[in-house]
Design a protein around this ligand. Sequence first.
Ligand code: UD1
Length: 420
Amino acid sequence: MDYLSISGPARLKGEITISGAKNAALPLIAATLLSDEPCSLENVPNVADIHTLLKLLGKLGGKFIFEDHTLSIDNEAIDNTVATYDIVKTMRASILVLGPLLARFGRCEVSLPGGCAIGQRPIDLHLKALEQMGARIEIKNGYVVATAPDGLRGTRIIFDKVTVTGSENIIMAAALAKGKTELINVAKEPEVVQLCEVLSEAGVKIEGVGSDELIVHGTDREPLKLKPFSIIPDRIEAGTYLCAAAITYSNVTLHNVRADHLDAVTAKLHEAGCRIENGVGSMTIYPAARLKAFEISTTEYPGFPTDMQAQFMALATQAEGVSIIEERLFENRFMHVSELQRLGASIHLKGHTATLNGPIQLLGADVMATDLRASSALVLAGLAASGTTNVHRIYHLDRGYEALHEKLKALGADIKRLKE
Ligand code: UD1
């Protein structure tokens, strides 16, 4: 197993390019199951989660070539509709094949994802919506067994909660359903919007794209002809590097970014005292004179993303005053707190709210990554800390950050990837 060894405190400088969004690429790869013709995706991030989904696609009978961030997929020969436990357990987002497989083949079995480090994360809303579309759903031997021999049919679905992958699953199912599906309280994340845009380009009429109410006009099982497209930039990766610059009082430029997807994040960085200038597809952050405390409450897009909560907690350790961070989406997404405390952070945790006192001079230590975004928070803290911070279990980072240590190195960080 690899770990990252960071010598701090770091001062970063330079330019890096942000990769395509993992959370946009995953549903879009799943959406290729709605087609029986070759299709091509560009700007696909080379991260472990993408390889996991491709492995699943391969097991289903799909063919693909993934080179230089371009992914060519041909799902004509799909002859298996079972997503097995060994794959789903390594990546919950595998559940994204449920909607498209059921819609195209009228039957599929997908292992239930099981527990997760950041909270319970049920999929009840995905299943309830598919049942409303006429599917029969049973849980057998740890698998969701879904059948709809005569296809899915459009209906009106009101999501009890905003769910990102739940919305994506049902949008994909609705694309091949008979008639129109009205979706109320749909997630508005840019990744959901791109899915709708790609499906629209393929001829699926979708009304209300970008809003929380959609009407999807299904093709009645007519497979789609997907046009080539490029994955949107990863707003969470970009936000993480903005935090890396902020926490080290550095001047950094990011390329391949969508500033409009980062409004909630940049607003908080402004509050913390940083200045950010937007260029065309780029963004430059300038250091704060002195980082100031801030308050954050995670919520659905366009609010502050839960996927940036841990990184901002690392930042709050260096901000002057009392910062308050409330996590409203996942009940257990504070696993990084005890690791940040090992570096000397002053954090008081009560229920869903963390209160931090700063600035604290962090001191390097051995810390353990627990989930994808928590891991990046530890790297950020390691950049700010004096001495050596070793971040263990970085396979979590590899799931979603392409070449993290190379990108930080290019910015001048003293960071090494080593074997345990
Ligand atoms: C997606 C993102 C993840 C991000 C999260 C919230 C992907 C691959 N992952 O995860 O990075 O942190 O959105 O922005 O895009 N819920 C239910 N029942 C359901 C589904 C969800 O109760 O059937 C609850 C969840 O427990 C959670 C909330 O709804 O409290 C939001 O979860 P959801 O949006 O579904 O997260 P994911 O789609 O799994």
